[in-house]
Ligand binder design. Structure first.
Ligand code: F6R
Length: 260
């Protein structure tokens, strides 16, 4: 795992965008794995800015989102498809037909397998963007999710339901099931990029990076990923024990890449 402690949430977004920019420059037809939630919004804003300035094009790329609520149609304002169209797809040049979000209205018995086949047919995911839940979830793989799991239906944990209830009106239906890429699906991406900001994530980030690999903290499975980059701001990285070491690795990595 490469751990980068950035000075601010804005720097997290910039460094995250650098990773995607580099990929899209070398591989314009890249397959991107994308996430929803608060954390990637700043990343998407930065990507949109770079696209508008002509620095970046998504015209030949395609994307697969991590997850979707079961029972919400794409046009539902709380659906993750709606979120992605609003915060990213409608503002860049990616062809909408090449953006995939799991279908929350599909037959739950086959939806996971169908999604896995689509990813496979695209040649697999080159770079998977991830956030992390306060309970250590990635995608909607809640604690106790099997580390080899593939796309399937999951029951949301009480903490996740509570954290996400802010997006739903008091009397509005809030789904308690989601379809999500599995941890095994995420581990098969060629690169994983996890972003975390704010002190509410400090415990989960510590458990993910410095704790044991355990289904109790699904994000800790990224320790097994051959190429995982974790970018956190100071608040989210506050409980990391080896901050100085991560800074030194970062400086040396920067020095090595500036020699290219
Ligand atoms: C979203 C997702 C979730 C979020 C996580 C953090 O597609 O898969 O795992 O990344 O719940 O959410 P925020 O960024 O809102 O704190």
């Amino acid at each position: 795992m490469q751990v980068i402690i950035a000075d601010s949430a804005q720097e997290v977004a910039r460094l995250g965008a650098d990773q995607l920019s580099r990929l899209l420059r070398t591989t314009p037809e890249a397959v991107l794995g994308l996430a929803t939630g608060n954390t990637p919004i700043a990343l998407y804003e930065e990507l949109i800015r770079r696209y508008r300035q002509g620095e970046l094009s998504f015209a030949r790329a395609q994307s697969f989102n991590l997850d979707e609520y079961v029972g919400l149609a794409p046009e539902h304002p709380q659906s993750y498809r709606y979120f992605m169209n609003r915060y990213l797809f409608s503002q860049i040049d990616i062809p909408l037909a090449r953006t995939w979000v799991p279908d929350g209205m599909a037959d739950p018995a086959s939806a996971g397998e169908v999604y896995e086949s689509l990813i496979e047919a695209a040649g697999g995911i080159d770079l998977q963007v991830l956030g992390i839940g306060r309970n250590g979830h990635i995608g909607f793989n809640e604690p106790s999710s099997s580390l080899g799991s593939r796309t399937r239906i999951k029951t949301l944990a009480p903490q996740t339901l509570a954290d996400n209830s802010r997006f739903f009106a008091v009397d509005e239906f809030q789904p308690s099931l989601a379809i999500t890429m599995g941890i095994g699906t995420i581990l098969r991406s060629r690169k994983a990029l996890l972003l975390a900001t704010g002190d509410a994530k400090a415990d989960a980030v510590h458990a993910m990076v410095e704790g044991p690999v355990t289904a109790s903290c699904p994000a800790s499975a990224l320790q097994l990923h051959p190429c995982a980059v974790v970018i956190v701001d100071r608040a989210a990285g506050a409980r990391l024990q080896h901050g100085e070491y991560y800074q030194r690795v970062r400086q040396q990595t920067d020095q090595l890449s500036s020699r290219d």
